[in-house]
Design a protein around this ligand. Structure first.
Ligand SMILES: Nc1ncnc2c1ncn2[C@@H]1O[C@H](COP(=O)(O)OP(=O)(O)OP(=O)(O)O)[C@@H](O)[C@H]1O
Ligand SMILES: [Mg+2]
Length: 266
């Protein structure tokens, strides 16, 4: 056993090895404005943020702070007003619609709160659907690892209606992981689950980062869910106001109280 004392872990300080990993996605000076004139809403106000490979990031902030907008813009699901977004080496602003669709299909995995499973397909068919649409054969060994990790082996022939909510969400997680995307985005992926099923899904996401080197970005309102992440990015009024490394649920809760209080006094 090592006798070296572990370095003191401080939430605001990135781990030393973080600098050596490459960037999976980056937004630079990203703004998104909805509407015009009096009804104009600045949903994102010059946001610069990067998501590193094999890192699990949670995005938190009050309702309406721009979390979903940020995720949708970075994932190529929505257009932005100014700034730039890169997935790996690809600048999204330079892509035509068809190229963007292909990039989303090939490089990005999605997990939504409503699982978006097709009711007529089995669990296995749902998991491989994005690859089937793309005409790609799944890597059998990889698929096997993913199915093992989410514990669905004995449910592969079931249709979504024959699965519990937690199992359906695990199918959605497996579907996102199956094609080994460069990055997985989840918008409150455990929002509809009870705390036990939610903890399972979060555990799988964390394992996929630790064991499989997956990159995951997840929007959540829940400090406990955020504590599964390596890092939390806090948004308020369309801006990034802070970030925290190695979050604990208590630390996140404390932090949110503090910036709630700031919001009231400013
Ligand atoms: N299609 C739209 N048209 C006009 N305004 C919009 C539209 N979509 C979002 N907004 C506004 O942009 C802001 C950010 O919305 P967003 O959905 O990103 O918030 P959020 O942080 O995800 O909130 P929640 O936690 O409630 O999901 C909000 O003020 C919202 O009202
Ligand atoms: Mg949202």
């Amino acid at each position: 056993m090592s006798t070296t004392p572990s370095p003191k872990l401080r939430p605001g300080v990135p781990p030393a090895d973080r600098r050596t990993t490459s960037v999976a996605a980056r937004a630079t000076d990203l703004s998104k404005i909805y509407g015009q004139g009096e009804t104009q809403v600045v949903a994102l106000d010059r946001v610069t943020v990067e998501f590193r490979q094999a890192e699990f990031t949670a995005i938190m902030g009050p309702s309406g702070s721009g979390k979903s907008t940020l995720m949708h813009c970075v994932a190529g699901l929505d257009t932005f007003s100014s700034g730039s977004v890169r997935i790996g080496d690809t600048e999204l602003g330079s892509l035509k619609d068809k190229q963007l669709t292909k990039l989303r299909r090939d490089k990005i995995g999605f997990i939504f709160q409503a699982f978006n499973l097709l009711p007529t397909l089995t669990a296995l068919e749902n998991i491989t659907l994005p690859m089937d649409i793309a005409g790609r054969k799944p890597d059998k060994q990889w698929l096997d690892n993913v199915i093992q990790m989410v514990g669905l082996r004995d449910r592969l022939g079931h249709r979504p209606s024959q699965l519990s909510g937690g199992q359906q969400q695990r199918v959605a997680v497996a579907r996102a992981l199956a094609s080994r995307p460069e990055i997985i985005f989840g918008d409150e992926p455990t929002g509809n689950l009870d705390s036990r099923s939610g903890a399972e899904v979060l555990g799988f996401l964390r394992n996929s980062v630790r064991e499989l080197g997956q990159t995951v970005v997840m929007v959540t309102h829940d400090p406990v869910a955020a504590s599964y992440a390596d890092r939390v990015v806090f948004l308020a009024d369309g801006r990034i106001v802070d970030e925290m490394y190695r979050p604990t649920a208590e630390g996140v809760l404390d932090f949110m109280k503090q910036f709630d209080a700031k919001g009231r006094t400013s």
